[in-house]
Design a protein around this ligand. Structure first.
Ligand code: PBG
Ligand code: ZN
Length: 327
């Protein structure tokens, strides 16, 4: 440090009040979106083996959970559905009596002050676990896109406040935007999973959502983990197609991408701290190898510091509790 002893950086670190004054990044409850998994049945609450503290819930339990989330001051949930029946074309994804559609209606009847976002994809609904309609091993882009648009419309008809397409097909944001507008949902925002990498960090989620592909992988549509310029092309094209919020996923291993997307597009930016990120922190915490709470909050601060305006995280309730107890 050239200016020492005039400049002493430690001066701003001695007093906790001074530290509070100069702090640049703070996590608030308003930054949090809580993912939830809904399954058929009554009184079902199955803990996901690779995600302690995360459950598959039947609709009646889910409604109670949403009441609690609302009471804690977490503003939003994102819903994932596991249907009774899976088929080649994921019919239950766009069935007005599908699991998600029924779940939304049930939540909306009993919980008034919670934003409901829905994940729009076919992989939970197809018998083969792929994100779209297949021709042999190939996912048909345009055929899939029209089904995704139907799925998004049916979520809005059930009462969804926002839709979040996670499939990574080309052109799906504009198809969804057109379909929503045509049906009168011009006010419903699209949060696009614009930059979604083909990541090993989704492993535990596939247990939770029962959506592991029966063969092959998702590399023909999700992004190569090594690329950055392509992330900007993905994000830009989604903005041009009408996306309102751009998501980067996963979060912790892609902080550079969050920063680049935020700086180059000036869009509301979301980051998804995915199942594998959650599982790693939980596991090391359980073993006593790290301080779980501390590392969890550190992971959230780093995601926000990188440029995220909002974070989808399985830690949302835990973080809300910590935020409250620090007041
Ligand atoms: C479905 C979807 C996935 C996630 C969100 N939506 C899984 C996948 O692409 O296989 C991952 C979320 C997580 O790991 O927490 N397309
Ligand atoms: Zn999918």
């Amino acid at each position: 440090m050239a200016n020492y002893p005039i400049q002493r950086l430690r001066r701003l670190r001695y007093n906790p009040k001074v530290r509070d004054l100069i702090r640049e990044t703070e996590i608030t409850k308003n930054d949090l979106i809580y993912p939830l998994f809904v399954v058929p049945g009554e009184d079902v609450k199955n803990e996901v083996k690779s995600m302690p503290g995360v459950y598959q819930m039947s609709i009646n339990i889910l409604v109670e959970e949403c009441k609690e989330v609302e009471k804690m001051g977490v503003p939003a949930v994102i819903l994932f559905g596991i249907p009774e029946h899976k088929d080649e074309v994921g019919s239950d994804a766009y069935n007005e009596n599908g699991i998600i559609q029924r779940a939304i209606r049930a939540i909306k009847t009993e919980v008034k002050d919670l934003l409901i976002i829905t994940d729009v994809c076919l992989c939970e609904y197809t018998s083969h676990g792929h994100c779209g309609v297949l021709d042999g091993d190939n996912i048909l882009n345009d055929e899939t896109v029209s089904l995704l648009a139907k799925e998004a419309v049916s979520h809005c008809q059930a009462g969804a406040d926002m839709v979040a397409p996670s499939d990574m097909m080309d052109g799906r944001v504009s198809a969804i935007r057109k379909a929503l507008d045509y049906k009168g949902y011009t006010h419903i925002p699209i949060m696009s999973y614009a930059v979604k990498y083909a990541s090993g960090y989704y492993g535990p989620f596939r247990d939770a959502a029962e959506s592991t592909p029966a063969f092959g992988d998702r590399r023909s549509h999700q992004m190569d983990i090594a690329n950055t310029d392509e992330a900007l092309r993905e994000a830009k094209s989604d903005v041009e197609e009408g996306a309102d919020i751009i998501m980067v996923k996963p979060a912790g291993a892609y902080l550079d991408i969050i920063r680049r997307v935020k700086d180059s597009l000036n869009m509301p930016t979301a980051a998804y701290q995915v199942s594998g990120e959650y599982a790693m922190i939980k596991a090391a915490g359980k073993l006593g190898w790290i301080d779980e709470e501390r590392v969890m909050m550190e992971s959230l601060v780093s995601i926000k510091r990188a440029g995220a305006d909002m974070i989808l995280t399985y830690f949302a309730k835990d973080a809300a509790r910590i935020i409250d107890s620090n007041k």
